[in-house]
Design a protein around this ligand. Structure first.
Ligand SMILES: C[S@@+](CC[C@H](N)C(=O)[O-])C[C@H]1O[C@@H](n2cnc3c(N)ncnc32)[C@H](O)[C@@H]1O
Length: 216
């Protein structure tokens, strides 16, 4: 399910910033050569990630779920000078190709790619972040939130993907067999109850939640 009408999406993409040639190449490479290409953020969501990053101008960014590197490069566009983006994925098979994409970008020196289970890697990272993108295994979203909220500076932003899960979260009585719909609804309720953060669900692509850490 797409929340934005296809014609509207085309119009918005045509009249907004374009993807860089490298992002376009990653998009096409992913569609033609990689499993589940729908996982890639794509043009519109990529521009949203880039825009938020440019507003925030983060010193450090953490991404959970590198995949083919598309969203990492969008987020990197807003990095402060000398800033760092750490991106984690457990899929070793994509590492070398993605590393090559990163090396060809303007952010080669800023990006660190880590391979492994995010839940084990995050506690080992000794850095504070201004921007975090959670886009990996949905059953761990609550755990990722709990891990990263302590590493987020006050005023920092967490962006979470797939929070509407094809719209299924809106009618769980019909979607009890879809475990991910249940995880995502639990996560959305969990965030709603947290009084220390501001939260906004954007019905873009598969649903993006924006979270701001208001209080420590
Ligand atoms: C939806 S894709 C990420 C898409 C990418 N952020 C983008 O927008 O282009 C999810 C990625 O999370 C990775 N992943 C899933 N579970 C993980 C885990 N437990 N630890 C680390 N990476 C994981 C998968 O290997 C996959 O590449």
């Amino acid at each position: 399910m797409d929340f934005v009408d296809k014609n509207i999406e085309k119009y918005v993409e045509a009249l907004s910033d374009k993807e860089s040639p490298l992002l376009k190449e990653i998009n096409e490479y992913t569609i033609n050569h990689v499993h589940q290409p729908r996982m890639l953020s794509g043009h519109l969501q990529g521009r949203i990630l880039s825009f938020i990053s440019k507003i925030k101008h983060p010193k450090n960014i953490l991404e959970i779920g590198t995949y083919t590197g598309y969203s990492a490069l969008c987020l990197a566009e807003g990095l402060a000078k000398g800033g760092k983006l750490i991106t984690i994925d457990r899929d070793k098979s994509l590492h070398d190709r993605v590393h090559e994409f990163f090396n060809r970008s303007d952010y080669a020196k800023n990006i660190q790619q880590l391979i492994g289970e995010a839940i084990n890697i995050i506690p080992e990272i000794d850095l504070k972040f201004d921007l975090v993108f959670i886009d990996a295994d949905k059953k761990n979203y609550k755990n990722y939130f709990d891990q990263v909220i302590h590493k987020l500076n006050k005023g920092g932003i967490i962006i979470v993907d797939n929070v509407l899960w094809k719209g299924k979260v809106t009618d769980l009585s019909k979607n009890q067999n879809d475990k991910i719909a249940v995880y995502m609804n639990d996560f959305n309720e969990f965030i709603k109850k947290n009084k220390k953060v501001s939260k906004l669900i954007l019905p873009v692509r598969d649903g993006l939640t924006l979270i701001i850490k208001d209080e420590n």
